[in-house]
Ligand binder design. Structure first.
Ligand SMILES: [Zn+2]
Ligand SMILES: [Zn+2]
Length: 146
């Protein structure tokens, strides 16, 4: 077992303008390798975990946030100065955080890889976490959302 992490978790953007905290443990980490996530996260895919509703708060720099609506009801929030993607939004509320924007050990690891059938030609996926061709099976994610 991993040592319990100390709460709140904290995170922020590359330029340091925007800071946030999360007061409850994160949901399971996941990495989605689809073409949309590669663009949105500028990498092999997303590295992301859901937050418990109400546990997320901005500490500083909120005026420098901007957002992009990626699909109806869903969006991403990022720093307009440095471009770091900080969190996912659902119906205007923070749904989860990007693992890369967190400080230190957030207490989760990547627990599943999604859309591995559409990964980039250069993407080599390692580790023991299950790999799903597309969406995860029902029940693999909290709240049934994908
Ligand atoms: Zn920034
Ligand atoms: Zn994706």
């Amino acid at each position: 077992m991993r040592a319990p992490v100390s709460l709140p978790l904290t995170g922020g953007c590359f330029c340091g303008t925007i800071r946030y905290q999360v007061s409850a443990p994160l949901g399971p980490g996941r990495c989605c390798h689809c073409s949309r996530c590669r663009k949105a996260f500028s990498g092999a895919g997303s590295a992301y975990a859901q937050v418990v509703p109400g546990s997320f708060s901005w500490l500083s720099g909120e005026a420098h946030l901007t957002q992009y609506a990626s699909s109806p009801g869903w969006g991403l929030a990022f720093c307009r100065r440095c471009g770091t993607t900080l969190c996912g939004l659902h119906q205007g509320r923070v749904h989860g955080v990007t693992l890369g924007s967190l400080d230190g050990d957030p207490g989760v690891t990547i627990a599943m890889h999604l859309f591995v059938d559409s990964r980039a030609p250069w993407d080599v996926i390692g580790g023991e976490a299950p790999q799903y061709p597309a969406f995860p099976p029902a029940g693999a994610l909290p709240g049934g959302e994908a």
